[in-house]
Design a protein around this ligand. Structure first.
Ligand SMILES: [Zn+2]
Length: 364
């Protein structure tokens, strides 16, 4: 029994940018090197999230700054964390002694500032997937957090972006996109595409999650869904219990981002304050670890065991299920999957193999 974990989505680049030291330890956050190693996390995708609050002319530089932070962390880690460019590179770095490999990704196509050349630059820096939108619409792709008005699905430029991503080996990520964008991607992507951090809408209906038809379409492309551990996407009663919608949450995050555009440190402390406030509202009730396993099971039933992975959303989720409080808790999740009868071969694929397969596929 070899437990290796690949996690498709953490927002720890924002922690680094805000001054956290993941080598020394980051108890206020969900991820640091010690806990990655204890959790058996062999591959961690570090996402550079570029808020749409940034003016377009600053978006690309913002993505690069976040990537700088992750590269700097690798350099300072004394070989424990190594940046890898793809599946073969990751396996080699692990063989050569790295405890964990870092794979880069970008969240929000706003980062390319409307230029395919910027996508090429990001690929050269090692970016392996790009989440097309965050909650708001771009001029070329509709996001899931706004009503449709004018922007529907992918524009003709949006289709060019997807084509360029296919050619460059940057995996298309449909988490956060509007359903109209999703179906345009399904129709035009020539490579497997992923939802890096989303759950099943059949169990928790929100525009951030995927319907059964969408789950099947992801699997048909050869892609996968990284199961998100945020109770807001797992638990249908979450919005009722915080007394607000996920849309309200995104609106408040945007206020923070607009206010702190020039100050990453105060942005991080304001994120933390807002998340603390949300935890306070749901303090009396716990979200069981089993709910994560329920989503994994559902996605497996609809899309197959080749189409499921983990996309924790650590350092991006305001709160987490019981027993899954940070990146060292993966063994507990695997143990629960075993107790619930998952076959060992399925666990290996979900925990690690599926993402490595999609990553290799992207290089063909
Ligand atoms: Zn996200």
């Amino acid at each position: 029994m070899i437990d290796r974990i690949a996690d498709l989505h953490c927002d720890s680049a924002l922690e680094i940018q805000g001054g956290a030291d993941l080598v020394a330890g980051n108890p206020e956050g969900h991820v640091d090197l010690d806990r990655l190693e204890r959790g058996g996390v062999k591959l961690q995708v570090f996402v550079s999230y570029v808020s749409s609050a940034f003016p377009e002319e600053r978006a690309f530089a913002e993505a690069c700054g976040l990537i700088d932070g992750v590269e700097d962390l690798c350099l300072r880690s004394g070989g424990r964390l190594a940046k890898a460019d793809g599946a073969a590179d990751a396996e080699r770095a692990l063989k050569e002694g790295a405890e964990t490999v870092a794979i880069l990704a970008v969240e929000n196509g706003h980062a390319i500032a409307g230029e395919i050349a910027n996508l090429e630059r990001l690929r050269r820096r090692g970016v392996r997937y790009m989440t097309l939108t965050h909650s708001r619409h771009l001029s070329w792709a509709a996001g899931s957090g706004q009503p449709l008005a004018g922007t529907v699905g992918l524009s003709s430029f949006g289709k060019k972006v997807v084509e360029a991503m296919n050619d460059l080996g940057v995996i298309v990520d449909v988490s956060h996109v509007h359903e109209s964008t999703f179906w345009d991607v399904a129709a035009c992507s020539k490579k497997p595409f992923i939802a890096s951090h989303s759950d099943a809408a059949a169990l928790c209906p929100t525009p951030r999650n995927l319907t059964d038809d969408q789950l099947r379409a992801v699997a048909d492309s050869g892609g996968l869904v990284g199961v998100n551990f945020f109770p807001g996407l797992l638990d249908p009663d979450y919005e009722r219990d915080i007394g607000a919608s996920l849309g309200d949450l995104f609106a408040r995050l945007r206020e923070v981002e607009l206010r702190t555009i020039d100050d990453a440190r105060s942005r991080l402390s304001e994120y933390r304050r807002l998340f603390g406030e949300m935890r306070e509202r749901t303090r009396s009730r716990k979200v069981p670890l089993d709910l994560v396993v329920d989503h994994i099971e559902h996605i497996m039933k609809i899309a197959g065991e080749d189409a499921v992975a983990f996309g924790s959303d650590f350092d991006g989720a305001p709160e987490l299920p019981e027993g899954l409080g940070d990146c060292s808790s993966f063994p507990r999740l695997l143990e629960r999957m075993r107790e619930r009868g998952f076959r060992e071969s399925a666990i290996e694929k979900i925990a690690y193999g599926n993402f490595l397969r999609v990553l290799s596929e992207a290089d063909r």
